[in-house]
Ligand binder design. Structure first.
Ligand SMILES: Nc1ncnc2c1ncn2[C@@H]1O[C@H](COP(=O)(O)OP(=O)(O)OP(=O)(O)O)[C@@H](O)[C@H]1O
Length: 265
């Protein structure tokens, strides 16, 4: 389990995170929600080890995150951040291969894993394309392929039928540039991976997709957790409306009665 306990992070005299406690459990898709500036990406950076908190601690499988070696951490969890700048001209295959750095795969294994993963993210036969020539949504799926190969390189023959327990995926808005079809593909893929035991921390802005796909939703507001539970618990009260200060109508999804929201015009 990835366990976050009473985490506080202060920058420029401001509490970016305040006493945040939550856990990312194996087998669950945990979706982090919250208004702009609520602290979602800051929390992800703490969970990835990129930022050190001022108080509280994070453990991964009961061991302090700071006590993990970078090499072991890279095999245990993969991180997809929001902005990824690649200063060099790289092909798609080279970009996805960056995820294989922690592992020692043969060329043949690497080629097959990359091929299978590109199929999985809906980008088959793009290995030789220049990454820079891809659209924003295509680049986002290539970056997702990169973190997937990082996590699953020890199961190259693979994968999806095997247990994914003990590994974690940390994703910052992984579908922000995707069209409807690709959003559904990626969310179904994440749900499927979680069902096989992966622990997923995923930041989203779309509250309807979060309620539909999340096993657990965590709502941040001004650096504090104000909701941490199953989506159906948002069917009462006005937690979402109050947190986002938005004028919304709450509906019920016709398939499963999960809460959904629409703008009032
Ligand atoms: N080094 C820093 N010093 C001061 N403030 C910072 C620093 N880093 C981030 N912030 C502020 O912390 C707040 C939280 O930022 P963060 O990127 O975590 O928000 P977010 O919830 O991911 O927002 P968004 O939905 O817009 O991506 C923001 O107000 C940001 O301006």
């Amino acid at each position: 389990m990835l366990n976050i306990s009473q985490l506080t992070l202060i920058r420029s005299g401001k509490n970016l995170l305040e006493n945040v406690s939550l856990s990312i459990q194996p087998g669950q898709l945990t979706i982090i929600l919250g208004p702009n500036g609520a602290g979602k990406s800051t929390l992800l950076k703490c969970c990835s080890g990129a930022l050190q908190a001022d108080a509280g601690h994070i453990t991964l499988d009961k061991k302090l995150l700071s006590n993990w070696s970078l090499a072991d951490l890279a095999k245990k969890r993969a991180v997809l951040t929001q902005q990824i700048h690649l200063p060099f001209a790289l092909t798609v295959k080279e970009v996805v291969s960056l995820g294989l750095a922690p592992w020692a795969l043969s060329d043949q294994q690497a080629t097959k894993l990359i091929h299978d993963t590109l199929v999985e993210v809906g980008m088959p036969d793009t290995e030789t394309r220049q990454y820079a020539s891809l659209s924003g949504g295509e680049q986002q799926r290539i970056q997702l392929a990169r973190v997937l190969v990082q996590l699953f390189a020890d199961k190259p023959s693979r994968t999806r039928k095997q247990s994914q327990e003990g590994k974690y995926l940390l994703l910052d808005e992984p579908i922000s540039a995707l069209d409807l079809h690709q959003q559904q593909r990626v969310l179904r893929l994440l749900k499927n991976l979680a069902q096989k035991g992966l622990g997923i921390f995923c930041i989203l802005h779309d509250i309807n997709l979060a309620a539909l796909y999340g096993d657990k939703l965590v709502l941040l507001e001004k650096g504090k957790v104000i909701f941490n539970s199953e989506p159906k618990r948002l069917a009462q009260g006005n937690t979402i409306e109050a947190a986002y200060q938005a004028d919304l109508i709450r509906l019920s999804h016709p398939d499963n009665q999960l809460p959904q929201w629409q703008f009032r015009q």
